[in-house]
Design a protein around this ligand. Structure first.
Ligand code: SAH
Ligand code: SF4
Ligand code: F3S
Length: 467
């Protein structure tokens, strides 16, 4: 294992990114070297996603490329994560000569897997996954903190409960210990992760086991000294008003909420088994806005769910206008083998689904443009991560997770949180200038005079999709 050169590739959501870090730190503690390309690697580990057909296709094509390389030189290929847990993934693994296969609950078997020369497959759910998470490197600004794994819902379209198993919440002590390590490393923004963070603790008999509610946990994290706290994902079924209250009364908790609605039609919501109605969803939105009038709202929507009529789709567009989402991840329904909707419902024609997605994307773009335009002239607290693709600029994001771009300014060329006055907005990006403590613009460094061309958003930042 010592000096084995490992390269890790991640598909999927933030939970997979967190898991990749888990595996990476395990490898480092065992003496392996982490390398940044396949060319330098003896071992390539692919952390996979199975939520829709597209990520599965991406994995298939990557494994095809890796197999070609393996035909020319020794290479160990590992497949980890959600797809690895499924029959579909195991068939792919066999077809592409995968040596190591680790489900999302078996990631820490990576050491054992690399010890021998045998093919190694592990698909059990270990309960010590988070036992030895080392703190992030000094100077890390942003970190993800998984507070629960798995999911106890059974949305009819979704493969996640099969890939990640039932919900298991981590103990509050364990979470706060990991948070302490992050704070000591200088982390300024922490995002609490789970498939349904509002149900935190429910699997442990919650209050009986002495677990805090999610709102209580949020407050504890918010008072730890970290500058910003975010969380994802909130399931409307388990959302409670005390979460909105915690967001309002704890300054570190960002006024940003990702509350996936999936559809605006009660008929479709029922067929999805989402366990809430349109009215209940709108009540949550009203509660959030009462506590936080300027809350930034994001959602997920699936278009073209089996049986979705034009009227159902119109209901989604109407709900969209009623809420006025700042941003949305919009997906075409993708039938996943092993889910109830795959087995029992028939898929709509591709062109119907694509046409509806086009209309929804256009509607969302209008809303994002409107919402972002309203930010022009305001001062936003922006976490600047570093240079944008065009190195005359820095990129980062607001408390509401808007991608933001600023020209380099004297005193603001290091990563950190800065006040930024927004002076221009597109539907996807805010542009502004860094201010000093007196609220004055900082002098620019190596930047063309005002009025000169602004780089196009697409060239600067890439969106950060959930999956
Ligand atoms: N636990 C989260 C979502 C996790 S999956 C929640 O319930 O909110 C992320 C998103 O992928 C979902 O919100 C849904 O919009 C989308 N998704 C899941 N399965 C899908 C499928 N079969 N086809 C299309 N989109 C899907
Ligand atoms: Fe999937 Fe539903 Fe669980 Fe979210 S809540 S992970 S959509 S089953
Ligand atoms: Fe798994 Fe996340 Fe994809 S939970 S299926 S990697 S969206």
């Amino acid at each position: 294992m010592v000096h084995t050169r490992c390269h890790l590739i991640t598909y999927g959501c933030q939970m997979n990114e967190y898991d990749t870090h888990l595996v990476q730190s395990q490898l480092v503690s065992l003496g392996a070297d982490i390398v940044s390309s396949v060319d330098e690697a003896d071992v390539v580990l692919v952390n996979t996603c199975a939520v829709r057909g597209k990520p599965v296709e991406k994995v298939r094509s990557l494994l095809g490329d890796l197999r070609k390389i393996k035909a020319r030189r020794p290479l160990v290929i590992g497949m980890m994560g959600c797809l690895a847990q499924l029959d579909e993934g195991q068939q792919i693994a066999r077809a592409f000569g995968v040596d190591i296969l680790l489900g999302p609950g078996s990631l820490l078997d990576i050491g054992k897997a690399l010890e021998g020369n045998e093919r190694f497959w592990a698909l059990h759910f270990r309960d010590d996954l988070h036992a030895h998470v080392p703190p992030p490197p000094q100077g890390t600004l942003q970190a993800h903190l998984t507070i629960m794994r798995g999911c106890d819902h059974h949305c009819t379209y979704c493969i996640v409960p099969t890939t990640r198993g039932p919900q298991v919440s981590r103990s509050p002590d364990d979470i706060l210990r990991e948070l302490d390590g992050m704070l000591a490393a200088g982390v300024q923004e922490v995002t609490l992760l789970g498939q349904n963070v509002n149900a935190y603790g429910v699997d442990q008999g919650a209050r009986l086991a002495g677990y805090p509610s999610f709102a209580q946990l949020l407050r504890q994290v918010g008072r730890s000294g970290v500058r910003r706290v975010k969380f994802t994902t909130s399931h409307p079924m388990n959302f409670t008003e005390d979460v909105a209250a915690a967001m309002a009364d704890t300054p570190a908790i960002c006024e940003f909420i990702h509350l996936p609605v999936q559809s605006g039609s009660d008929r479709v919501l029922r067929r999805m088994a989402r366990e809430y109605t349109r009215e209940q969803y709108l009540k949550h939105v009203a509660d959030i806005r009462r506590h936080l009038p300027h809350a930034v709202m994001a959602t997920d929507i699936i278009v073209g769910f089996p049986g979705e009529t034009e009227q159902d789709f119109q209901d989604t567009l109407d709900l969209y206008d009623e809420v006025g989402f700042d941003s949305a991840y919009m997906f075409i329904y993708s039938p996943r083998p092993g889910t109830p909707s795959y087995t029992h419902f028939s898929d709509l024609p591709r062109d119907v689904k694509t046409e509806r997605l086009g209309r929804l994307v256009a509607r969302q773009k209008d809303w994002s443009a409107r919402k972002n335009a309203a930010k022009v002239g305001t001062v936003q607290e922006v976490l600047l991560r570093g240079a944008a693709h065009d190195s005359g600029f820095l990129e980062g994001h607001t408390r509401g997770s808007h991608p933001t771009v600023v020209p380099r300014a004297a005193g603001a060329d290091g990563p950190g949180i800065y006040p930024v006055r927004i002076d221009h907005a597109t539907p996807h990006v805010l542009y502004g200038r860094v201010l000093d403590a007196q609220g004055q613009e900082r002098p620019l460094l190596n930047f063309p005079e005002a009025g000169q061309q602004r780089p196009e958003a697409a060239a600067l930042v890439s969106p950060l999709p959930m999956a």
